[in-house]
Design a protein around this ligand. Structure first.
Ligand code: UDP
Length: 245
């Protein structure tokens, strides 16, 4: 039987109410049974985008698991009085699944990021996860995903990681997931970090829940995208007021 978790809704997006450990266990069990699973790790920016695109919102509602990626989601849950235990970020899930895939001799397919990132990532994966079979490594700058999906269907990886940013990665997964049973997960900019081309925030920023501030300082062009956060918090407070009415 498929493992399900209770969910809480933030602006109509259903987040799983569980710990990262329990979530990973469920995913690993289902991948081992070659079930078809779609995971979204959603942050406030994704939630706000979904408010403007009902097709994207319904795609999130139909994913198998939406995890709280970022302190903003945890804060939103607190505002609504439906506390979530912890963040479950795309990067952490990716790294954990690679470790598990290595231990359990699973296979993976990687699509996303620039070719130079893929070039840097290939030897790192081979070195750090020698027992993980890599079925494909492609950059994310393609015109047509269909030939890549055909290769995925042919090579049958246990896990597909798509790092082309939202909303594209989730839209592609929804369109093509039927072509291979296994995990399909969007991982945003994670290949950039995993390859060492982009640094993740130092521990200090992570521990103080201000990883967003580090990203803003190191990539000031993200400022406009980050305006989604205060808008999101205002919208969640509105949801809370509506629930009380
Ligand atoms: N990207 C890609 N193809 C595209 C556009 C973007 O592969 O057509 C990659 C980009 O190189 C980066 C990732 O998608 O590696 C998006 O990273 P971002 O930091 O925006 O994602 P986030 O983690 O914020 O969702």
């Amino acid at each position: 039987m498929a493992t399900t978790f209770k969910t809480i809704e933030i602006l109509q997006v259903p987040f799983i109410n569980t710990t990262q450990r329990h979530f990973l266990k469920a995913v690993e069990t289902r991948v081992s049974q070659r079930e078809n699973i779609f995971v979204v790790t959603a942050n406030p920016e994704i939630v706000m985008y979904a408010q403007t695109d009902c097709h994207y919102l319904s795609l999130l509602q139909n994913a198998d698991y939406v995890t709280p990626d970022g302190i903003g989601i945890i804060k939103g849950a607190d505002i609504l009085g439906t506390t979530l235990p912890e963040r479950i970020t795309g990067y952490d899930v990716l790294v954990d699944l690679l470790k598990w895939g290595n231990d359990a001799h699973k296979s993976a397919y990687f699509v996303g990021a620039k070719q130079e990132v893929i070039d840097a990532l290939t030897p790192i994966i081979a070195h750090d996860y020698p027992n993980l079979t890599v079925k494909g490594m492609r950059n994310g700058y393609f015109n047509d995903f269909a030939p890549i999906a055909a290769d995925i269907a042919e090579t049958q990886p246990d896990m597909v990681f798509l790092a082309v940013g939202f909303p594209k990665q989730e839209q592609l997964i929804a369109d093509y997931r039927h072509q291979n049973n296994g995990l399909w997960m969007g991982v945003g900019g994670s290949f950039d970090v995993l390859s060492g081309m982009t640094k993740r925030a130092p521990e200090f920023f992570i521990n103080h829940h201000i990883e967003w501030l580090y990203r803003l300082l190191s990539e000031p062009t993200r400022f406009k995208r980050m305006l989604a956060l205060p808008r999101y918090l205002r919208a969640v407070r509105r949801q809370k007021r509506d629930e009380l009415d």
